[in-house]
Write a protein that binds this ligand. Structure first.
Ligand code: NAP
Length: 271
């Protein structure tokens, strides 16, 4: 089903495209005929994903090996993609340093803050201007349902995901009439290496069903095609989010605090 290809042009750029949700976006877009710029830190994984997409979907691919959390990330990315007509940005790469805020080292928290906010800002600003000039384009920003409240033990992460939701919502409004679609997608727990293989907190044992990354990518791209300001991935995640609204911010935080406390190791708590 080619619902985005004709709208946004020949190339899609996906950050964190070699794993999890980013890989699912890359796969979905390649299956629609998009050429894919595969962005990630690990050269071997990036190359493997690019080769796979080219072979399975007969599309062109470009490897972009950069660390999205590095300060000169945007300059490097622009240099490596300047010959491509990118029409769709999937700003996905993200991570977390988990545990009670005071149990995580400050440099690590700052690195996550940069990766989950400033990197997205730089990408959105750069490609947003290009797309505005061209009069067409799509920007998909990957946030999280954790950003809907001050989620304990992932407070820094929750703050960054809230930032993404708000910046994306504002941009969607500001870009009305420019031909550029902007959507923020909020996944809940999703079966990815990022969730399953986290060493610090066993997030996979959260008492909640986990969605597939493919389902999240499909929902995100459908919402983008309709230029929805945001979409919460999955009926259950929407129900939980609505319950949070009904409970109010403090009680929703308390509920998530109790859930997280059940899985956070003692050494990552204050008491
Ligand atoms: N999985 C979930 O339950 C869930 C829920 C809500 C939101 N999300 C969001 O969805 C996005 C993708 O997450 P995922 O679960 O698919 O994660 P993942 O499987 O770990 O994949 C993340 C991708 O981003 C890159 N990346 C990871 N850590 C990085 C770091 N510290 N610095 C720079 N690049 C890094 C990785 O590529 P390289 O290692 O090659 O750079 C990888 O391709 C993130 O923004 C995450 O916050 C995930």
């Amino acid at each position: 089903m080619k619902y985005t290809e004709s709208r946004y042009g020949p190339w899609a750029l996906v950050t964190g495209a070699n794993s999890g949700i980013g890989a699912a976006f890359a796969e979905n877009l390649a299956s629609q005929g998009y050429n894919i710029a595969v962005v990630g830190r690990r050269a071997d994984a990036v190359q493997a994903k690019a080769d796979h997409l080219a072979e399975v979907y007969s599309v062109d691919t470009q490897t972009v090996v950069v660390d999205p959390s590095a300060p000169d990330f945007l300059t490097q990315l622009i240099e490596q993609t300047k010959s491509l007509e990118i029409g769709l940005l999937v700003s996905n790469a993200g991570d977390d340093a988990m545990g009670a805020l005071l149990r995580v080292e400050l440099p690590e928290l700052k690195r996550m803050l940069r990766l989950n906010t400033q990197t997205h800002l730089e990408l959105i600003h750069h490609f947003g201007r290009l797309f505005e000039q061209r009069g067409s384009g799509g920007i998909l920003i990957v946030s999280s349902t954790a950003g809907l409240q001050g989620t304990p033990f992932v407070g820094n992460y929750a703050g960054t995901k809230s930032y993404l939701l708000n910046i994306g919502m504002a941009l969607n409004y500001e870009m009305r009439g420019t031909g550029v679609d902007v959507t923020v997608v909020l996944p809940g727990p999703t079966k990815t290496p990022g969730l399953i293989e986290k060493p610090a907190i066993p997030l996979h044992s959260l008492p909640a069903p986990k969605m597939s990354p493919e389902a999240v990518a499909k929902i995100g791209l459908r919402a983008l095609a309709k230029n929805k300001p945001f979409v919460i991935a999955g009926v259950l995640n929407r129900m939980v989010a609505n319950m949070g609204v009904l409970l109010g911010k403090v009680r929703a935080r308390n509920l998530w605090g109790a859930v997280m406390k059940g899985i956070v190791p003692t050494k990552l708590r204050l008491r």
